[in-house]
Design a protein around this ligand. Structure first.
Ligand SMILES: Nc1ncnc2c1ncn2[C@@H]1O[C@H](COP(=O)(O)OP(=O)(O)OP(=O)(O)O)[C@@H](O)[C@H]1O
Ligand SMILES: [Mg+2]
Length: 184
């Protein structure tokens, strides 16, 4: 089985994935990208090097954008890429919640005509729309990463289901088997 479900008080449609390589992570991103529609917001949370940008490279491909263009926008805060739907790629690493909410042009960043993905979404949680897909990334070993997805709000729960279904048909990703720590 490719995915494992578990219940959550915060959101339904929560499930976990294991990636065993950069290519796995990019493939997962592409699978989510192919499910995305204008107005969708995806918040990525996870430590440095946990695979957020790698995932977004695949996600961009799923939106018809050259994945080679995608890099962490840490120093410029955000980039926009034209695609099937325009993609806003934002990095919240240098933000803190209080300043980000007042500083961000939220109508531009969270446009109903674009897809918005945010690295370090936990650093600007107050600026996120209520309806968003939350993705957590965790380091497991040098080449493995654990991911979990949770849909908050009706559209994002639907999106989480669509993503789970898309992943379920691919054999490259295995079911997560409980806790894992660096060196496992
Ligand atoms: N299974 C994997 N999935 C994703 N990246 C992996 C994997 N295995 C190894 N890596 C390596 O881990 C690193 C992930 O870097 P990436 O820039 O995607 O992380 P990030 O979460 O965006 O970090 P930052 O918070 O600094 O922006 C890359 O060097 C990549 O080659
Ligand atoms: Mg990054």
């Amino acid at each position: 089985m490719a995915v494992s479900g578990r219940s959550s008080q915060k959101a339904s449609s929560t499930f976990e994935l294991v990636s065993k390589s950069v290519e796995d992570t990019q493939r997962l991103g592409e699978q989510l990208g192919s499910c995305l529609a204008a107005g969708d917001v995806v918040g990525l949370i996870g430590e440095l090097g946990s695979g957020k940008t790698t995932f977004i490279q695949g996600l961009a491909k799923g939106l018809g954008i050259d994945p080679g263009l995608v890099r962490s926008p840490t120093f410029i805060l955000m980039r926009e890429y034209p695609g099937r739907v325009p993609l806003i790629h934002m990095d919240g690493y240098r933000l803190d919640d209080a300043t980000s909410v007042s500083w961000l042009d939220v109508d531009w960043v969270f446009s109903p005509k674009k897809v918005t993905v945010i690295e370090w979404a936990d650093r600007c949680a107050g600026a996120l729309p209520e309806d968003h897909l939350e993705l957590h990334f965790r380091y497991r070993t040098t080449n493995q990463r654990l991911m979990s997805a949770a849909g908050h709000g009706p559209r994002s729960r639907e999106l989480a289901e669509a993503f789970k279904k898309a992943v379920g048909s691919q054999p490259a990703v295995e079911e997560s088997s409980g806790d894992a720590r660096p060196g496992d």
